[in-house]
Write a protein that binds this ligand. Structure first.
Ligand code: ATP
Length: 283
């Protein structure tokens, strides 16, 4: 038996770091929304008790280091499943980009195995299971739009953003989330006004949303990779209503209300980076 599960990328409308915890993690507030750029996961049940991963990517391991493997392992252990699974990942989300590709793959495996083996466990339980795999995984289990708090394990659903276009540009560098978090100096952060974004979502106010998007990691990544600023400036000049780095970067996105402007920005950005996408928010 086999089934497919979609694993959409996310962007951060807000990423705030509130404090450092005793366990070494940070307390965060991450307002995220999924976009129409997705990996595709095929799960095939095996009689033999093993987890196999296949994918074509030079950047992602196909062994137990893969987050999809970790998700399947955790799922089988939690529910005492003695069958195995073959996981094929068709990767479309750029890797180490700040778009949560690995986390979304892991979340899709949790949702998919829940269906494949007809366990019918509630999403909240799957999200809890995902929290040990990565801080974005609980949000990715639910998808759409939400805010993740604590170290990412507390997820509240939010109203979808007003419909708009998103231009994504990823400079040709991979950013290690861990390295960026190590550079955080809590007293130096300029915090985004997350409540203003939530109210913009509720009021479907595109301009209010664009004025308030913010990411405390942006300035840290900008210092190491100045090309991130060049991309932001180019997007604003070309007419984006708001731009922000997603996650720990380096992908920058621009929010645009009208398709013709979005297409112009998309074409312009292809002069700056190899990896440029024009997508919609999934809401
Ligand atoms: P994060 O902010 O969580 O690091 P990201 O979106 O910046 O996420 P990912 O594409 O998830 O980055 O990849 C981060 C790291 O995780 C890479 O080193 C990659 O090799 C590893 N990884 C493990 N499994 C996967 C997977 N299924 N897809 C992508 N990357 C994976």
């Amino acid at each position: 038996m086999a089934l497919f599960e979609k694993a959409p990328a996310k962007i951060n409308l807000a990423l705030d770091v509130l404090s450092k915890r005793d366990d070494g993690f940070h307390n965060v507030e991450m307002l995220m929304t999924t976009i129409d750029l997705a990996d595709r996961i095929k799960l095939t049940s095996l009689e033999e008790d093993r987890i196999e991963i296949s994918l074509e990517s030079r950047f992602v391991p196909s062994d137990e280091r893969n987050l999809a493997y970790k998700a399947a392992f955790a799922f089988k252990k939690k529910y005492g499943i003695e069958k195995g699974v073959q996981i094929h990942i068709e990767k479309s989300i750029p890797v180490s980009a700040g778009l949560g590709g690995g986390s979304s793959d892991a979340a899709a495996v949790l949702r998919g195995l829940n269906r494949l083996w007809s366990l019918d466990r509630p999403m909240g339980e799957l999200a809890e299971l995902g929290a040990d795999i990565g801080s974005d995984v609980p949000f990715c289990v639910y998808g759409n739009t939400g805010i993740a708090k604590g170290r990412g394990e507390i997820v509240e659903k939010l109203a979808p953003p007003p419909p708009c276009w998103v231009v994504l540009a990823k400079p040709d560098i991979g950013v290690s989330t861990r390295t960026i978090f190590q550079r955080i100096i809590l007293d130096d952060l300029t915090h985004p006004n997350t409540d203003q974004i939530i109210s913009a979502l509720e009021n479907k106010d595109f301009d209010q949303m664009c004025c308030n998007i913010g990411n405390v990691l942006e300035n840290i990544t900008l210092k190491v990779y100045p090309e991130v600023r060049r991309i932001k400036n180019a997007m604003i000049q070309a007419g984006a209503a708001g731009t922000l780095m997603s996650g720990s970067g380096p992908t920058v996105y621009g929010l645009v209300e009208h398709y013709t402007t979005a297409k112009r920005i998309y074409n312009g950005m292809r002069g700056f980076c190899h990896e440029v996408y024009l997508v919609r928010l999934l809401g």
